[in-house]
Write a protein that binds this ligand. Structure first.
Ligand SMILES: *[C@@H]1O[C@H](CO)[C@@H](O)[C@H](O)[C@H]1NC(C)=O
Ligand SMILES: *[C@@H]1O[C@H](CO)[C@@H](O)[C@H](O)[C@H]1NC(C)=O
Ligand SMILES: *[C@@H]1O[C@H](CO)[C@@H](O)[C@H](O)[C@H]1NC(C)=O
Ligand SMILES: *[C@@H]1O[C@H](CO)[C@@H](O)[C@H](O)[C@H]1NC(C)=O
Ligand SMILES: *[C@@H]1O[C@H](CO)[C@@H](O)[C@H](O)[C@H]1NC(C)=O
Length: 347
């Protein structure tokens, strides 16, 4: 398997000379000083892409898709690793790289601040980014819980909802500040290398003038423990399947709760209604030492199957103004007048 992937990568690298230079917006939830994001940033730049980081000023893990904006104009404390001191504006750049921005808010807030403030004001030529990447996170994000809990994913689906293709990368390596990455033989560089190779596959296999992903689509990539920058096996996966979900564990002595993973695994978090039920779950695959690539959409509607009809049927008696097809002529015209914005979100 490794050989096949090696061959595929060689093909990808030989195509790279003709590759398009993309505008890539980067975000994460570990903070703008993370060694993982800085290494991936370096690799994207070396490949010729236009790259911009707009990421949280501090560690913002487990914020999910929450868009939380600071109420302070200036930083009340220093940013992560004292890169920027207290008193400086709550949105600004790294003193050593004006294309690395921080914002004192959650990951999803950083995505929006990037799209609605940093890009239009400071990079008017950019237009809409071709791709947003989030991470690589310190710690894997496997299973459906990522949609409510993971800030890495929150940054991603915020972009997807704004019509921008997005890929989340999460890995198993411990947290390291960028200034402690001093050689190319360390986990942050390995994780960034694997992430870069996967991102490049998406880029290389997209025609010029085509979107990297279809509208509403995102990708969730998880990387197992690595002991080198070599590409592990890559497996197409689904979010559900062997996925974990939390329980609250009560401590009689302290009167406090902490979380643990439910055992045996819960059926609810592992149903398969959408997608290919024959694919293995990403949790299982990453635990087994392979890279998982899952595809999601932000259309959370249940599929059109009898179960859904059964659920809808329960409100039939309440549905007002229904005609024989169950339709309803909305009085408010607001929805129909709303413009559906596609890739022109910033225009
Ligand atoms: C914020 O910082 C700027 C300098 O960067 C300063 O001019 C301004 O007075 C500060 N504002 C507040 C509310 O502290
Ligand atoms: C960076 O590396 C130095 C030297 O190994 C270590 O003392 C320090 O704790 C590291 N910093 C962080 C924030 O991990
Ligand atoms: C590279 O850096 C890592 C820590 O970041 C260290 O453990 C390793 O020994 C270094 N390798 C070389 C060849 O200097
Ligand atoms: C409850 O908390 C106490 C104090 O932190 C700890 O010593 C004990 O091991 C905990 N009990 C369980 C069952 O985890
Ligand atoms: C039923 O309602 C739907 C949705 O408003 C509408 O498109 C359809 O034309 C209606 N059918 C009839 C027979 O009124």
């Amino acid at each position: 398997m490794k050989t096949a992937i090696g061959a595929a990568l060689t093909v990808a690298l030989s195509l790279a000379s003709s590759a398009q230079a993309l505008k890539i917006l980067m975000n994460n939830d570990d903070g703008f000083g993370s060694g993982n994001i800085r290494e991936l940033y370096r690799m994207f730049k070396e490949a010729g892409h236009d790259v911009l980081i707009v990421a949280p000023a501090t560690q913002q893990s487990a914020q999910g898709g929450r868009a939380d904006y600071t109420t302070e104009r200036n930083l009340t404390g220093p940013t992560q690793y004292d890169i920027v001191p207290a008193g400086m504006p709550s949105v600004g750049t790294d003193p050593h790289d004006s294309n690395i921005w921080y914002y004192n808010g959650t990951p999803a807030a950083c995505t929006f601040v990037a799209l609605d403030y940093v890009l239009p004001r400071y990079y008017p030529d950019w237009g809409v980014p071709h791709l947003l990447t989030s991470g690589p996170n310190f710690g894997v994000n496997t299973g459906p819980f990522v949609f409510t809990l993971s800030g890495t994913l929150g940054a991603t689906y915020a972009a997807v909802e704004r019509s921008i293709p997005a890929i989340a990368f999460s890995a198993s390596n411990p947290s390291v500040p960028f200034f402690n990455v001093t050689n190319s033989s360390n986990p942050a560089t390995w994780v960034a290398t694997v992430s870069f190779n996967i991102a490049q596959e998406f880029i290389e296999n997209t025609g010029e003038d085509q979107a990297i992903l279809p509208l509403g689509y995102g990708v969730n990539v998880n990387i197992p423990d690595l002991d080198s920058g070599a590409m592990p096996p890559v497996v197409k996966t689904r979010l559900t399947g062997d996925a974990d979900v939390d329980i609250a564990v009560y401590n009689e002595t302290t009167g406090l709760f902490h979380y643990d993973e439910i055992e045996p695994k819960a059926a609810g978090v592992n149903v398969c209604y959408n997608g290919d039920c024959g694919l293995p779950g990403e949790t299982y695959v990453v635990d087994g030492g392979a890279v998982s690539v899952s595809v999601f959409t932000v259309d959370y509607d249940a599929p059109s199957i009898p179960y859904t009809d059964l659920v809808f049927a329960k409100v039939n008696g309440l549905v007002d103004g229904k005609n024989e097809t169950g339709g309803y002529n909305l009085k408010s015209k607001r929805r129909s007048r709303r413009r559906v914005v596609g890739r022109d979100v910033l225009d």
